[in-house]
Ligand binder design. Structure first.
Ligand SMILES: NC(=O)c1ccc[n+]([C@@H]2O[C@H](COP(=O)([O-])OP(=O)(O)OC[C@H]3O[C@@H](n4cnc5c(N)ncnc54)[C@H](OP(=O)(O)O)[C@@H]3O)[C@@H](O)[C@H]2O)c1
Length: 213
């Protein structure tokens, strides 16, 4: 499958790129700017510029011929202005561009409590509100969608063990494990057109995803 990873230079995105390539997918690594290409110099992916705040036609062009888009983008700073530009409007631009480009599947890296921001941590409320809007646009889009809502991200090693469900108590999970879930979604039809929380847990990714109802 041809998969484009948006935010491929990010701390989660780069693990998504590596896992996809290891599973034999053709990977396009979406870059905010050509200047960031050196980060991916040794990665098994073809770089493509895909700035979600830039020209819409360029974004459509970047996503053309992709079967799947995995969006791992996050705003560079937590100010509402930046978050609304990237996590809300940028994500919506990516969804719309994927529709126009004929992409069939869109996997969105969201956040726990993005579907109920008032229950989430006040410190990240603007991020949750932005993601709530873009996630709901994705759900109403023409794309086959999956929304993955992880708890707090950490930089530890992959554990390969997760817990998934429609809603979970607040938790933590490593970025590597989140990447494994984002890639694992491709092999599990139960994840189509649904969103779920994920935190670290006791089950390997594939059996965990197969428990989604
Ligand atoms: N931190 C947490 O605890 C937590 C919890 C749940 C969910 N999340 C979400 O998980 C996602 C990934 O987080 P992370 O920490 O792995 O992200 P990260 O390391 O900050 O990476 C963000 C990526 O987004 C890219 N990006 C930023 N603006 C862009 C734009 N306009 N166009 C294209 N790409 C753009 C960055 O590109 P550059 O490298 O060029 O800057 C980078 O590749 C985010 O959406 C975050 O909100 C985070």
């Amino acid at each position: 499958m041809q998969v484009t990873v948006l935010g491929a230079t990010g701390r989660t995105g780069i693990h998504v790129v590596r896992l996809l390539a290891a599973r034999g997918h053709q990977v396009r690594a979406g870059l905010r700017s050509r200047r960031r290409a050196d980060v991916l110099r040794d990665e098994p992916a073809r770089p493509v510029v895909a700035d979600v705040t830039a020209d819409r036609d360029d974004l459509v062009e970047a996503l053309k011929d992709s079967d799947v888009v995995i969006n791992t983008i996050g705003a560079p700073d937590p100010e509402p202005e930046s978050v609304n530009l990237v996590d809300r409007d940028g994500a919506i631009a990516a969804i719309r561009a994927a529709e126009v480009a004929g992409v069939s599947r869109f996997i969105q890296l969201s956040a726990q409590f993005a579907d109920s921001p008032d229950q989430g941590d006040r410190l990240v409320r603007s991020i949750l509100l932005a993601k709530q809007v873009s996630d709901s646009v994705l759900q109403k889009s023409a794309l086959t969608w999956t929304i993955v809502r992880p708890g707090t991200l950490t930089d530890g090693p992959a554990t390969g063990r997760v817990k998934v469900a429609g809603h979970l108590e607040p938790g933590r999970i490593t970025r590597r494990d989140v990447a494994a879930v984002l890639v694992g979604v491709l092999g599990e039809p139960l994840t189509e057109n649904r969103g779920f929380d994920v935190v670290s847990g006791d089950f390997p990714v594939a059996p965990a995803l197969a428990t989604l109802e």
